[in-house]
Structure formats: structure tokens, C-alpha cells
Design a protein around this ligand. Structure first.
Ligand code: MN
Length: 280
């Protein structure tokens, strides 16, 4: 371990609406942070007002990347055109590889109460953008949990902690690290992150010190980590919770067209055409 990753950028995101009127905060894929290779988008939704989420995300396509839905509260039902259907419950994750294309809906499975969670878009390398669609789905009970000695609890969705706990989701395209970390006030957490990766934290509750005690990252803030090979995160004077997410840079051209993310404009046009012609 030689180089500590420091915070190079912060954002509280931008209020946005997507799907059929779902109100959310866009943290990546926004004017402030266009993308953080391989991450194309990060949305956070959190509301106990059904008007903010009840419309859900009716049928829509994806091609060329992965969508990762992680729920903290509430339930979402997803259904695709290949007959795959299921419900994501609190603490559960769905890591969907859209590959060459799926058409699906993501709808709240509730009419009231709190809905809270995240959707992350992870790019695929050019050579695998047209791979077969696939799912990795894990309920809260099946996601490995690491209890460290000083009141640190880590839910390991993907990647491997320094103490050796291996995450539920396997991914050899971008070797992602996706950790949900709870810290008692004043406790700290160390994690190696390969220099090949971009990474960020998002603070869910409390406040986190990454490299500067004078400038904590507060709840609902995203902080981009700079170059390095490890990170040290410390909770302030209150119990805190955050996501630590990192992934290997692809360093390829990115052409976006709504729900399609390819390498060239022509490939995006082809995706629209294929979708319109019912080839998904
Ligand atoms: Mn979708």
C-alpha cells in the first residue's frame, strides 16, 4: 500500500425525473459528473410519497451495459421480454447484464411507504456489448456480511474486502467493488482498490472523513476518489453508512443514446433500429 486515494470531486447530484415520473437524484450521468468510467449513471431514489415513485419504469429496452439495482427500503418488481420476473426486496440486489438487449419493466411493488435505493449503470467492454443477457440476483440474506472488530459492518455485494470476504456478484469485465459499509462513530475502514479502477463513495447517513478531517463528506453527497491503491474511511461523531464503489476503467469510446450505450453513433442507431424491428 503506497498511495492513499483522496477526494478530488464532490457532488450532491441533480434532481431529475425518469421512467413514468419517478423523482430521483442523478449523481453520475449529470452535468457535474458526466461519467466515471466504467460507471455511466448513478441514480438515488428515496421517497415515502407514492406520487414520487408509483409510476415506476414501464417497459423499456437496454443494450450494451449492466444495470445494478440495490434496494434499502421498499420493493420493486422486474419483468423482461424473455420471461424473467422477480421482486427485489430491502437489502437485495439485482445485477443485470443487458448485453445485446433486453426489454423490461421495473415497477414499485407497493402503493405506499418508503422506497429507497440506487441504480448504477456499469459499462461493458466493446467486445462483450452484444453478449447474452444475464442476471445475478441476491436477497439480503444471501449477500455476505463481514463484521469487523470495531463495529464496522460490511455488506459485500461485489469484489473482495481486505479481510478476504468475497462478494455475491461475480464480474470479470470491470472487476467491480460494491460495498455497503456501516461504521460506528469514530471507527474506520480500510480497503485496497487497484490503481486500474475509478472509485467513489456515497454517504447514506452520517458523515465520512476520507483524507481531510476538516472536510467531511456529508449524507447524500457523492465524492469521487482520485488515483491511488487504497482508501481509508472514518466515521465522524455519529454512526454512518456509505457505499464504496469502484470499477476497472475500460478506456473506450462511449456513444450514448438513452437506454443504449455503445462505442459509436452507428451502433446506437443500430440498437434503435433493432429495438423498433422487435429484434431484442
Ligand atoms: Mn431499466
Amino acid at each position: 500500500m503506497t498511495l492513499l486515494r483522496k477526494i478530488i470531486k464532490r457532488s450532491v447530484g441533480q434532481r431529475a425525473s425518469d421512467g413514468a415520473g419517478v423523482r430521483l437524484t442523478r449523481l453520475i450521468g449529470s452535468p457535474e459528473i458526466d461519467m466515471l468510467d466504467p460507471f455511466l449513471l448513478l441514480d438515488c431514489f428515496e421517497s415515502d410519497n407514492p406520487d414520487d415513485y408509483i409510476g415506476g419504469f414501464p417497459e423499456h429496452p437496454h443494450r450494451g451495459f449492466e444495470t445494478v439495482t440495490y434496494l434499502l427500503a421498499g420493493r420493486m418488481r422486474h419483468k423482461d421480454n424473455a420471461g424473467h420476473e422477480g421482486v427485489i426486496a430491502p437489502g437485495g440486489v439485482q445485477w443485470m447484464t443487458a448485453g445485446r438487449g433486453i426489454v423490461h419493466s421495473e415497477m414499485p411493488e407497493q402503493e405506499d411507504g418508503l422506497l429507497k435505493g440506487f441504480q448504477l449503470w456499469v459499462n461493458l467492454p466493446a467486445k462483450d456489448k452484444m453478449s447474452a443477457p444475464a442476471y445475478q440476483e441476491f436477497s439480503a440474506e444471501t449477500i455476505p456480511v463481514e463484521n469487523q472488530s470495531d463495529g464496522v459492518i460490511v455488506r459485500v455485494i461485489s469484489g473482495q474486502t481486505d479481510e478476504g470476504t468475497v462478494g455475491a456478484v461475480k464480474n470479470t469485465w470491470t472487476h467491480p467493488l460494491y460495498l455497503d459499509i456501516s461504521l460506528k462513530a469514530g471507527s474506520s475502514f480500510h480497503q485496497a482498490i487497484p490503481p486500474s479502477h475509478n472509485g467513489f463513495i456515497y454517504v447514506i447517513e452520517g458523515a465520512i472523513e476520507a483524507d481531510d478531517a476538516q472536510d467531511m463528506v456529508k449524507a447524500k453527497q457523492l465524492a469521487v476518489l482520485g488515483d491511488g491503491d487504497h482508501v481509508t474511511l472514518r466515521a465522524g461523531t455519529e454512526d454512518s453508512r456509505l457505499l464504496l464503489i469502484a470499477g476497472q476503467r475500460l478506456n473506450e469510446d462511449v456513444a450514448r443514446g438513452g437506454p443504449f450505450v455503445m462505442n459509436t453513433r452507428a451502433e446506437v442507431m443500430q440498437a434503435f433500429q433493432d429495438y423498433q424491428n422487435g429484434k431484442f
